[in-house]
Design a protein around this ligand. Sequence first.
Ligand SMILES: C[S@@+](CC[C@H](N)C(=O)[O-])C[C@H]1O[C@@H](n2cnc3c(N)ncnc32)[C@H](O)[C@@H]1O
Length: 260
Amino acid sequence: MPSKLFQKTKKVAPYSKLAFIYDFLMRYVDYDNWASHLVRLFNKADLDVTSVLDISAGTGSLILQLAELGYEVSGQDYSYDMVRIAKKKFISREIPAILWAGSMTEQTSKLKYDAVISTYDSINYCHPIAKCEKVFEHVANIVKPGGVFIFDISTVRNSKKYFRRYFDQDGTNKFDYIRQSYYLSDTRKQINEFYITWKSRKNVCYKEYHEQQIYQLAEMKEIVPQQFFEIVGVYDGFSLRPGTEKSDRVHFLLKKKAND
Ligand SMILES: C[S@@+](CC[C@H](N)C(=O)[O-])C[C@H]1O[C@@H](n2cnc3c(N)ncnc32)[C@H](O)[C@@H]1O
């Protein structure tokens, strides 16, 4: 959606340009509270956690909070540009962390972790559902026996309530962006389109097209590999109440079974 006639629209990969404005868009997200909720879930699983890997770490805001709570954190993300921003944040705060680019559907680390996390409906980017099965296989290989995998999904209700037709426009002295979202009920796809323009380069408008599959809780539960994981709980939002299709977001808490 170029706003000016002289502007050319350039399609780019998800999170390649958004990476640079992501933290501005997420400035109201309470990552501190999110980290506290994860700690509550570690406790719910009766787990003493030292090491945490975030397999869709984005710009690292959540693991930064976990690091400040004393956890040894690592992070990966599919987007190289998001990882670059995350690295800068850790370096500037002199907090040690291993960060790399890679897909959560594939194993890219030989290390094992007490807890593996994937938050803010990142797993909704994995579709068709066979890709989520790959995520479970991958995580089963890198989480220690007795360790946990915590992820969240956003629900159909969330898409219908907030993002059936959504428009947002904002910016700073460096950039402007437009976000346009819509929900496709028949395929349960949440589409988010971003149009980003840098004030220093007004003749180009970068367009990112994001497609997320909105899964039902039952279909997600059904593909959890029972030979590897026990489902400790599925929780509503940031509470310990049971999550349902009436929730906007649900957190899944899976515990890796001990090796026989
Ligand atoms: C909504 S953002 C959430 C980022 C971060 N977890 C947060 O809370 O700010 C979704 C993230 O998922 C990442 N992502 C999408 N597909 C992925 C994949 N296959 N493997 C790893 N990360 C992926 C994106 O690059 C993006 O950083």
